[in-house]
Design a protein around this ligand. Structure first.
Ligand SMILES: Nc1ncnc2c1ncn2[C@@H]1O[C@H](COP(=O)(O)OP(=O)(O)OP(=O)(O)O)[C@@H](O)[C@H]1O
Ligand SMILES: [Mg+2]
Length: 382
């Protein structure tokens, strides 16, 4: 297990990188004359032109993150979404000061990422947390509690409270080697909350969980926000993110493709959805003819009215057929639709640029255009 003693309330990580922290000489010390965060606002996390290049084989570098700008506000759930290899974990590692940026700046709670003062108020749930295998869940949470300075009755009370919060009270005695993925994830979350952090960073928090477990983590995330905490989570499970987050950034190959409130990013489409019950057979046939897609599920008739059909005429058909209208209105695209739209537009742009480069005799992309460039162990990981 790797423990980063400077990162308080942080569960350990199972993969990637080396253990040594190296500080580039050109970085300002905490409290030095480096760049300053946004002052006098409720911005909790800020990235400005944040760029990370990893050194890979044969002296090549790959740019895992390119000039990322974003701000996370106090008390919101902000999600960074993107496909595998798009730079999500890299962003979190930069914010936690586990690796250093190649360019740009990051601030968390108004401090540079390596500030101990900020770390006391941060909790981090890594992707695939990994703990000492011989410890049981309770011992793991107590271990992190002690690292955060809790002792005696306070430590016992906090451990009990957190085990209850993540639904592990009755399974506290199970040793980590016998825990399921979901149980490990819950213990990771409890450990990350042991210092009662103001900001919680989560990397793929629902990965490996069954639908009930994923639902519980989503509820917990909302409860954290309701308790005034700021949550930054990374995920490629779009459906789960869509339900809980306030604002998002879509990353693709290290670049930000979209950024803002989820309701603004998800576009209203031209399609009208109609859902009704108790519709007569004849009315159902008429509605099907006016729809690009229609089906009956659990007694409800769902129709997507064709763009060239009159949606209000479909409403009349429901009424005349004695049906009861349950839902009627324009459809907002899902996060998955928005994501595919953004990524496809970016891929088209890339293709146009490489065609231009080929026309002008330019050089080819070193990453070969794949989503995930091959990473060599021991890049510039801190
Ligand atoms: N230590 C490293 N050395 C070299 N390259 C790395 C290193 N860590 C990550 N990379 C590369 O940086 C890119 C971004 O990786 P990152 O782990 O941030 O992606 P991600 O969005 O978290 O992906 P996933 O959804 O699979 O977790 C990838 O191309 C990855 O191969
Ligand atoms: Mg990741």
């Amino acid at each position: 297990m790797r423990v980063y003693p400077e990162v308080i309330g942080v569960a350990s990580e199972s993969s990637g990188g080396t253990d040594t922290l190296e500080r580039p000489d050109n970085l300002p010390q905490d409290g030095g004359q480096g760049p300053v965060p946004v002052v006098g606002t409720d911005t909790v996390i800020e990235c400005r032109g944040l760029t990370k290049r990893y050194r890979v084989a044969l002296g090549y570098e790959i740019e895992a993150l390119s000039s990322l700008d974003l701000q996370v506000k106090r008390g919101e759930i902000f999600a960074i979404v993107g496909p595998n290899g798009s730079g999500k974990t890299t962003t979190l590692k930069l914010l936690l000061g586990l690796i250093f940026p190649s360019e740009g700046d990051a601030f968390i709670l108004g401090e540079p990422p390596r500030s101990r003062r900020a770390k006391r108020r941060i909790g981090f749930v890594p992707e695939g947390p990994f703990f000492y295998q011989h410890m049981n869940g309770e011992e793991v949470v107590r271990f992190y509690g002690r690292l955060c300075g809790l002792r005696g009755r306070d430590l016992r009370a906090r451990t009990d409270e957190l085990l209850k919060l993540v639904g592990m009270s009755k399974r506290r005695d199970v040793v980590m080697s016998q825990c399921s993925k979901g149980m490990v994830q819950r213990i990771g979350l409890a450990s990350a909350l042991v210092n009662d952090p103001d900001v919680v960073l989560m990397d793929e928090p629902t990965s490996g969980l069954d639908p009930i477990g994923a639902h519980e983590i989503k509820e917990l995330t909302v409860r954290l926000r309701d308790a005034g905490k700021t949550v930054l989570l990374c995920s490629h499970l779009l459906e789960q993110v869509e339900e809980v987050c306030d604002r998002i950034a879509i990353l693709h190959r290290g670049s930000r493709l979209a950024y803002g409130p989820i309701d603004e990013i998800l576009q209203i489409t031209d399609q009208t959805e109609l859902v009704a019950i108790n519709v007569s057979e004849d009315a159902a046939r008429q509605l099907a003819a006016m729809s690009s897609e229609s089906h009956t599920r659990a007694g409800e008739l769902h129709c997507m009215i064709k763009e060239d059909a009159d949606p209000f005429q479909a409403l009349d058909v429901v009424r005349q057929g004695g049906g009861e209208l349950l839902r009627f209105g324009r459809v907002r695209e899902s996060l998955e639709d928005a994501f595919i739209r953004a990524v496809t537009a970016s891929a088209r742009e890339d293709a146009a640029i490489s065609t231009d480069a080929a026309d002008t005799g330019g050089t080819a992309d070193m990453t070969g255009g794949s989503d995930e460039a091959t990473a060599e162990e021991g890049g510039e990981e801190a």
